[in-house]
Ligand binder design. Structure first.
Ligand SMILES: Cc1cc2nc3c(=O)[nH]c(=O)nc-3n(C[C@H](O)[C@H](O)[C@H](O)COP(=O)(O)OP(=O)(O)OC[C@H]3O[C@@H](n4cnc5c(N)ncnc54)[C@H](O)[C@@H]3O)c2cc1C
Length: 367
């Protein structure tokens, strides 16, 4: 089958690699060479897909423990992979290292062209795309992995639902004095959730969701940010210093109810963008990509897209809802709320069954 992939972000790249492995003829377009540097927590379901398509990840660090707590209160929940019956929960990797591992597996480089127009399949014609060079292509299937910002979605007559969180993420890297191998932290610190992810040896990625104006102010005052982080990171990590400049990203929830048209399917952030609190955006999208690749083995493109979406939709809606509920639940600096969630975590920590369920949801494992 001839397939065009629009967008060379992580989702477009992984989809393309998986499709080429299946023998499809893929052309991929993306004009941008500047990619954001992010710390990505890859779930077991993502690692299994990468493994299946022959992508080995040497960079990054296995995630074996996750400590969840309310900053300044005693209750906490420690998820240990070994206790839950798994060697690891996933792996944390820099997005650039992931991209490097992937580009070793693609047959040609991404064509550095923008796509200016997409048309769905009609009764007489295949779907079509028009490139900025003026070339028109008529593949069997168009995969739109443009991150949702290009306007191509709307030009197909699809409408994205939006819910701004009134929150921004400030993210970057820190170097710590006393790293705790394989342990990630999810801390609720009143101003919003702070995730701290081990990337390699003493380097950690941090993602802190907070008020947009405060995030901007902090990004312009690195010393104030460093001291706020020093107070927020767990004491066991010791002293910290910056390993990269912090970056601020506005957070929004965005999704297209039925992300396809005849001959065209949306994947990745273009189909749904969710709150990063649980580190699920990429993992969720790839579970959908996996189903699509499987369905394309035995069905024509339009049937395959429908089958894959119907199998994945519940997972998408549940993950989106869980991520935004976590944000809403842990985002406010209210003492009664903090006390209740802290007590909840202390009780939850006693239940191996509950901890396994939480871990498996994050890993993309159904049990
Ligand atoms: C702070 C933060 C932390 C996160 N942490 C995690 C995590 O730990 N785990 C996880 O699973 N997910 C995480 N996510 C989510 C994850 O980053 C996204 O799901 C993922 O990056 C989306 O990738 P994408 O390929 O869909 O889109 P993008 O990365 O936005 O790529 C889209 C590409 O399309 C190209 N493009 C746009 N328009 C056109 C056009 N007209 N023609 C050609 N090309 C075009 C763009 O240049 C771009 O390169 C996080 C997100 C945030 C914001």
């Amino acid at each position: 089958m001839q397939i065009s992939v629009i967008g060379g972000g992580p989702i477009g790249l992984i989809a393309r690699t998986a499709l080429e492995q299946e023998g499809h003829e893929v052309r991929q377009f993306d004009p941008s060479t500047e990619k954001p540097k992010m710390s990505l927590a890859l779930a077991e379901s993502t690692l299994a897909l990468l493994n299946r398509i022959g992508v080995q990840l040497d960079a990054g660090e296995d995630l074996t423990e996750i400590l969840v707590n309310e900053h300044g209160l005693p209750g906490s929940m420690l998820l240990r992979a070994s206790e839950c019956g798994y060697p690891r929960f996933g792996r944390v990797i820099c997005s650039l290292a992931l991209e490097e591992a992937l580009t070793q597996h693609t047959s040609d480089r991404i064509e550095r062209l923008s796509v200016s127009q997409v048309r769905a399949r009609s009764a007489q014609h295949n779907p079509s795309i028009e490139l900025s060079s003026g070339e028109m292509i008529h593949p069997d299937l168009v995969i739109l992995a443009d991150g949702g910002r290009s306007g191509l979605t709307e030009s197909l007559g699809l409408t994205a639902q939006r819910r701004p969180f009134d929150r921004s993420a400030i993210m970057g890297r820190i170097q710590v004095d006393t790293p705790q191998a394989g342990r990630a932290y999810e801390r609720f610190i009143g101003t919003g959730p702070l995730a701290i992810l081990p990337i390699e040896s003493s380097t950690y990625g941090f993602v802190w969701s907070l008020d947009p104006a405060y995030a901007e102010r902090l990004s312009q005052m690195p010393e104030t940010l460093l001291s706020a982080l020093q107070q927020a990171v767990p004491a066991e990590l010791g002293g910290i210093e910056f390993a990269s400049d912090p970056v601020v990203i506005p957070l929004v929830e965005r999704w297209v109810d039925q992300p396809y048209r005849p001959g065209v399917v949306l994947i990745g952030n273009g189909a749904q963008t969710i709150h990063p609190v649980a580190g699920q955006g990429l993992n969720l999208a790839l579970r959908g990509v996996n189903l699509l690749v499987d369905a394309l083995r035995s069905q024509d493109p339009d049937e395959a897209v429908k089958t894959a979406f119907s199998q994945w939709r519940m997972n998408r809606d549940a993950t989106r809802l869980a991520s935004s509920s976590l944000e809403a639940l842990f985002d406010r600096e209210l003492f009664p709320r903090k006390l209740l969630t802290s007590l909840g975590m202390a009780f939850g920590d006693q239940s191996l069954w509950l901890k396994r369920k939480i871990a498996e949801a994050g890993m993309g494992v159904i049990s």
